[in-house]
Design a protein. Structure first.
Length: 276
């Protein structure tokens, strides 16, 4: 029915993530889940700051996969050295199960993964989608990637909702850390990518708009219902912060509440029509 992509597969305690997944599946049994994160302190990471002591291990990956949860590694740096030994070892580990995938911000790297790690799904990272990205570019990505994460600004626009037809190709971010149509969006991720790849001692967390990240409100229930009615069923929650608490999953709780309310309202209308 629905697919949810949850942040913090490495950062957050796996038992807490599983607890939230179980609570969701009680209400929507047919839903599927993936988690995403990077193996930290690796030069291929792009969208989030490296935390040196955290790693994706085979044990952690097997924990998720044994519960039918996919793991998507965020190798979204805009510059990738495909000869990196550890990076290829991680891809080989992920490639053992077709549940898993790679979130990518480099076109050549996408081709490399698709040629050499055929079990892995590839996702075009939102870090390389700007507010000027066109419908034609999205259509091009549909042929090159298994999934695309579009900008939040776009998924609320008529031109996107009405003209995108391959709904299954899109993984919609329902909340965001960035300002609407932020002019520094791409620049910020380039700074983060450079910090990770070159091990630079710079502050890559400071927002270039006002000096700090500020997570934006979840899209409204009416906006969400329009996406559902159009045919979108694959959703993602933002996860770029250092906060490890359950507050990170309050957004999931709100999304589930939206779904329950929409389902109840739909059933009430159907009941009303059937009695006419």
């Amino acid at each position: 029915m629905y697919t949810f992509n949850l942040p913090g597969g490495v950062v957050y305690p796996k038992e807490r993530i599983l607890s939230w997944i179980v609570q969701t599946k009680i209400k929507f049994r047919d839903s599927t889940f993936n988690v995403f994160d990077c193996t930290h302190n690796h030069p291929w990471c792009g969208g989030r700051n490296n935390i040196k002591e955290l790693r994706l291990t085979e044990e952690l990956l097997n924990y998720y996969n044994s519960k039918n949860i996919g793991f998507y590694i965020t190798f979204s740096n805009y510059i990738i050295d495909v000869n990196d030994k550890l990076g290829n070892q991680i891809l080989e580990m992920l490639n053992q199960n077709s549940l898993n995938g790679v979130i990518i911000g480099n076109t050549k790297f996408n081709k490399y993964v698709r040629q050499n790690y055929k079990n892995l799904k590839t996702v075009r990272s939102i870090t390389t989608i700007t507010y000027t990205t066109t419908l034609e570019t999205y259509k091009k990505y549909e042929d090159e990637y298994d999934f695309i994460v579009p900008r939040v600004e776009h998924i609320l626009e008529d031109w996107f909702i009405e003209r995108i037809t391959n709904y299954d190709k899109y993984e919609l971010l329902l909340n965001d850390f960035c300002y609407y149509n932020c002019p520094y969006y791409t620049k910020h991720f380039i700074i983060t990518s450079d910090k990770n790849r070159l091990n630079l001692d710079i502050d890559a967390e400071r927002c270039l708009m006002n000096g700090k990240y500020e997570i934006k409100d979840l899209i409204t229930k009416d906006q969400f219902k329009r996406l559902l009615d159009t045919g979108f069923t694959n959703f993602k929650l933002a996860g770029r912060s250092k906060e490890f608490s359950d507050k990170k999953f309050v957004t999931l709780e709100k999304v589930i509440q939206y779904l329950l309310e929409i389902r109840r309202e739909t059933n009430e209308r159907l009941t009303c029509y059937s009695t006419l």
